[in-house]
Design a protein around this ligand. Structure first.
Ligand SMILES: NC(=O)c1ccc[n+]([C@@H]2O[C@H](COP(=O)([O-])OP(=O)(O)OC[C@H]3O[C@@H](n4cnc5c(N)ncnc54)[C@H](O)[C@@H]3O)[C@@H](O)[C@H]2O)c1
Length: 384
């Protein structure tokens, strides 16, 4: 007979793009990853507009909804507060939830700047509940394999990390001025949005970043205020950035992101070159990892090997389908949330597999430093 499985009540803020992905992740977790450490129960969802949030509750399967996040973070029945709101709403609700003893998963970037992210990290250290930043790309089986190969020394001493996150979503100058393009709500533009992902992966895979030299840029400086108006507003954040990064272990690298790249859909790519080999990964082919081991012979036609990371021995894959029956972007949320639930139930640290609030703070500080370097034209050394 199956032992009794505990339940954890979820309170979620935000039901847009990523709220939908998290709600789906909780459902997949208890459906596919059996037996789960706990069964997530979609308890309360929160937003501002009653018609829309009540519809989201119905559609995603939440028991109820609220219009004020304070009622969610103070509700004694909530075990996990899941912050899927825009960036400016990460700080206050997350801090309140932590102070109320909740376990908290907060979307990236942890805060609109490094200073607020540092406050959140400090509060998380003394909090009763677990905390994790939703850097979901740490939960791609192929990325975890890349980390294993690096940690085992299979590619030797690392020389280079080359990371880019490119999309085409904002190439049309008539796409409206959403919260992502306004400093007040987003903090940073593509640097915080896509850049924080690639920066987190650089730290996860290669190690601490100690200095940056970067440039941020805004190509499209004005956009329509909404779909149905010709009235324009100012884009006061970057829409592209490039940076050189220096790692504590001596490796050097580059990171860049932009949403002005025709033809790029969701192209997050990294390549790591070491003394014994190389690794490369492309999010648009997330079930595959390309590897090159220099000691595998001198045959001149030899190139990168494409490894399908879909064996049941690969992380999380045993919960899905037989090998070769690939998984996708939406499934990563089940991995991430499974890990968080497991850490809560079995009292484990979320790091190093998951991103702690310290990781979230450091990623935010690196983004700040790239912005500072762009403003001053100088290399910035990181002091955490
Ligand atoms: N990990 C990832 O891959 C990933 C992908 C997309 C977004 N994100 C992150 O998720 C967060 C949300 O992004 P999104 O794409 O879902 O945005 P979105 O605009 O699609 O949804 C935002 C949600 O927050 C709600 N909201 C906005 N202002 C509010 C307020 N004042 N009070 C209450 N609710 C409010 C909106 O109604 C909506 O439900 C951001 O921090 C973003 O960086 C992460």
């Amino acid at each position: 007979m199956t032992e009794k499985i505990p339940t954890l009540n979820i309170g979620m803020l935000g039901y847009g793009f990523i709220g939908k992905a998290h709600a789906n992740g909780y459902k997949q977790l208890s459906y596919m990853m059996w037996p789960p450490p706990a069964i997530p129960y979609l308890y309360l969802i929160c937003g501002r507009n009653e018609k829309a949030v009540s519809e989201a509750a119905k559609r995603y399967g939440f028991k109820g909804y609220r219009l004020d996040w304070k009622e969610v973070v103070s509700d004694k029945r909530i075990d996990i507060f899941d912050n899927c709101a825009p960036n400016h709403l990460h700080f206050e609700p997350t801090v309140e939830a932590l102070k109320n003893g909740k376990n908290v998963i907060c979307e990236k970037p942890l805060a609109v700047n490094g200073e607020l992210a540092y406050e959140m990290y400090k509060i998380s250290k003394d909090a009763k509940g677990k905390s994790m930043v939703a850097f979901n790309y740490r939960f791609i089986p192929a990325v975890i394999l890349a980390k294993q190969l690096i940690d085992e020394g299979r590619i030797g001493r690392i020389y280079h990390f080359r990371g880019r996150y490119l999309q085409e979503g904002m190439v049309d100058p008539n796409r409206p001025l959403t919260w992502r393009l306004r400093k007040e709500f987003a903090g940073k533009g593509v640097l915080g949005d896509l850049g924080s992902h690639i920066i987190d992966l650089a730290r996860y895979l290669v190690g601490e970043i100690v200095a940056v030299s970067g440039i941020t840029h805004t190509f499209i400086k004005e956009r329509p205020l909404s779909d149905n108006t010709s009235q324009k507003g100012t884009v006061d954040v970057d829409d592209a950035f490039e940076s050189i990064v220096e790692f504590e272990n001596g490796a050097i690298g580059t990171v860049e992101a932009s949403k002005l790249c025709h033809g790029r859909k969701n192209y997050m790519y990294f390549e790591i070159n070491g003394s014994k080999g190389s690794i490369r990964f492309n999010l648009e082919r997330l079930d595959e990892l390309e590897v090159y081991f220099a000691n595998e012979g001198t045959n001149k036609i030899m190139g990168f090997k494409d490894v399908m990371v879909t064996e049941s021995s690969d992380p999380f894959i045993k919960y899905w389908w037989p090998h070769g029956h690939i998984i996708g972007w939406g499934n990563l949320f089940a991995h991430e949330l499974y890990h968080f639930v497991d850490c809560i139930i079995n009292d484990k640290d979320v790091a190093p597999q998951g991103a702690s609030f310290e990781d979230g703070y450091k990623a935010a500080k690196i983004c700040d430093s790239i912005e500072e370097s762009s403003l001053t034209g100088k290399r910035v050394e990181l002091k955490y």
